[in-house]
Design a protein around this ligand. Structure first.
Ligand code: 13P
Length: 252
């Protein structure tokens, strides 16, 4: 059975003190059940956040990692460092990285491999922009991102991937994909994985939805058969909103 996962991507928000306080509150409130909860703070907070976690179902993750293993790359943070800070997960290929930092599918693919080599679970992001959806190209775009980012992995390595479908037009806009739009894309991704890696790998892959997910719409999104949880931005900055979303998946 695939895992239910709710991950909070704090993006570039919270001072160190605020971040630690938020993580402490969430750590207190997380219940030990089948839902995996992941906190992805800024790098500088990562070891502090990882250090306060006492719940078996709560994990820390990075928001990105370098595309090189180590060396003279001023300002970069490697997958090995992220692992050594106490993280178990790392978000890779977020649309903000792809757009503002020019991350190509090839760079994203290198990062996925470095994450896997360092015992991190990649949360691989994909998603179309509005113009691509309006042009009817959204399926083709997401298929291509998944193929180029992931399809040269061995079946064993692919089995360690979590996918997050985040339609770019829904990120931070307050406009959420409808339950039908999310389910259509998640099913397409799962079918595409099945064609490449077989039904067992596909049905074991957790596919999360991201984009203006809130306590008020999370349940409707999560009830879809191919939506296995969420990657949450803005609403992960408040413990009560985030926990509302975590609890929404228990109804699934
Ligand atoms: P919002 O939940 O703020 O739309 O952000 C989603 C996201 O980008 C999570 O990675």
């Amino acid at each position: 059975m695939r895992k239910k996962i709710v991950a909070g991507n704090w993006k570039m928000n919270k001072t160190l003190h605020e971040g630690i306080e938020l993580a402490k509150t969430i750590n207190r409130q997380v219940e030990e059940n089948e839902v995996i909860v992941v906190l992805c703070p800024p790098f500088i907070h990562l070891s502090g956040v990882a250090g306060i976690i006492t719940k078996d179902s709560l994990f820390a993750g990075g928001q990105n990692c370098a595309s090189e293993a180590s060396g003279a790359y001023t300002g970069e943070v490697s997958a090995e460092m992220i692992r050594s800070a106490g993280a178990d997960y790392v978000i890779i290929g977020h649309s903000e990285r792809r757009t503002y930092f020019n991350e190509s599918d090839e760079i994203v693919n290198k990062k996925v491999k470095l994450a896997l080599a360092n015992e991190l679970t990649p949360i691989f992001c994909c998603g179309e922009v509005l113009a691509e959806r309006q042009a009817g190209k959204h399926i083709q775009i997401v298929k291509s991102q998944v193929e180029k980012g992931l399809f040269d992995l061995s079946p064993e390595d692919f089995g360690r991937i979590v996918i997050a479908y985040e339609p770019v037009w829904a990120i931070g806009t307050g406009v959420t994909a409808t339950a039908e739009q999310a389910q259509e894309m998640h099913k397409m991704i799962r079918d595409h994985i099945a064609e490449k890696y077989g039904n067992t790998v596909a049905s074991n892959t957790s596919i999360l939805y991201g984009g203006s997910c809130k306590p008020s719409n999370a349940r409707e999104l999560f009830l879809n058969s191919d939506v296995d949880g969420g990657l949450i931005g803005g609403a992960s900055l408040s413990a009560s909103d985030f926990m509302g979303i975590v609890n929404a998946i228990l109804d699934k």
